[in-house]
Design a protein around this ligand. Structure first.
Ligand code: UDP
Length: 141
């Protein structure tokens, strides 16, 4: 497996539940390192730009409203196979379908308030990391 980087967002619902540390702990126990991080209250424009691929989907407006409803924690995770490893830790998009012990099974309430975002391909990871972090703000460790 190759050393990879992926973008993770702890969404407003999970930040409000005060489980940032619990989620970071899962990353660390799985061998993923936080190599960049910031808390941010996204503007509507930033959320729309981030989710531009979903612009035509029926849930787009609600997703944007949810993502700007409170601060989020944005981080870059680094590790062997980081992109898929993070997707496994997250669990399925709908928490009802998420495997026991995954972040969404444990902390998400619904398909729209589902605790975390994670890049779904290495190509998207590179685009999403660059969306939030200049290269100088990502730290090799
Ligand atoms: N989403 C939603 N309703 C849906 C499907 C998706 O609100 O029916 C939201 C949900 O927050 C999800 C995000 O849109 O995390 C992006 O959807 P995607 O299918 O890419 O899921 P993910 O990659 O986050 O598991």
């Amino acid at each position: 497996m190759a050393l990879e980087r992926t973008l993770s967002i702890i969404k407003p619902d999970a930040v409000a539940k005060n489980v940032i540390g619990e989620i970071y702990s899962r990353f660390e126990k799985a061998g993923l390192k936080v190599v960049a991080a910031k808390m941010k209250h996204l503007s509507k424009q930033e959320a729309e730009g981030f989710y531009a691929v979903h612009r035509e989907r029926p849930f787009f407006a609600a997703l944007v409203e949810f993502m700007i409803s409170g601060p989020v924690m944005v981080q870059v995770l680094e590790g062997e196979g980081a992109m898929l490893k993070n997707r496994e830790l997250m669990g399925a998009t709908n928490p009802k379908d998420a495997a026991p012990g995954t972040i969404r099974a444990d902390f998400a309430d619904s398909i729209d308030a589902n605790a975390v975002h994670g890049s779904d391909s290495l190509e998207n990871a590179a685009i999403e990391i660059a969306y939030f972090f200049p290269a100088t703000d990502v730290y090799a460790r």
